[in-house]
Design a protein around this ligand. Sequence first.
Ligand code: 8X3
Length: 267
Amino acid sequence: MASRVTYDGSMKTELKNAVVFVTGASAGIGEACAFAFAREGARLLLAARRLERLEATRGKLMESGAAAVHAIKLDVRDNAAVEAAVAGLPQEWRAIDVLVNNAGLSRGLDKLYEGSLPDWEEMIDTNVKGLLYVTRAVVSGMVERGRGHVINLGSTAGELTYPKGAVYCATKHAERAINDGLRQDLLGTPIRVTSIDPGMVETDFSKVRFHGDQERAAKVYQGLTPLVAEDVADAVVWAATRPAHVNIARVLITSIDQANSLLFNRS
Ligand code: 8X3
């Protein structure tokens, strides 16, 4: 039944002991999200391909305020593994309150007609199919429990396509459609759906894009101040802590030196 909200300023969604599932949590934005949710006292369910990196940060996450940490090795591209991981969670980790669909990457910066098919497959399999697999596996439980928040990591690339980035941009346009579609499909439930869409963030993103070429990666951030992973994590936690009746649909966030995918202020 519809009701009216009387705002009293203390309606923040409390994340203490909430189960927060972050994919791609071993580095960059995912790792920063883990620390940001730790500071809120959440229980962290962390997934990544590099389990040893998750295990290595466990102590620091607990020191930062996490109520508990459960780390799982997971490649989101493998749907059977995703389903088994979610179905096989220990009882106390099953009721996921917040899903942060962060796992994603870019590979290559090439004209479409010269692009590398393995690069394309990796981006599409991770950023689109992996996002769908994890969402499918987790959100059905949220619907059953009548509780949850899905936060997807989009990009300025999901809004405006840039040269040589067609496939990466296509995956982020797909994320935008999935985010909006999921929100429509969940209308009538208390489950919230948010896309946090950063521009340039200095993480391993460009190193991964250029297959480990550090020099080329460094040039991407030359002469400007990019965002850092913590800026994005801050927006993720902000969306998650809004009052329960507030759904932040999308947050587009860039550094002061970026206007959109194509326009930068470089000195
Ligand atoms: C990251 C934004 O412009 O580096 O999603 O591709 S960009």
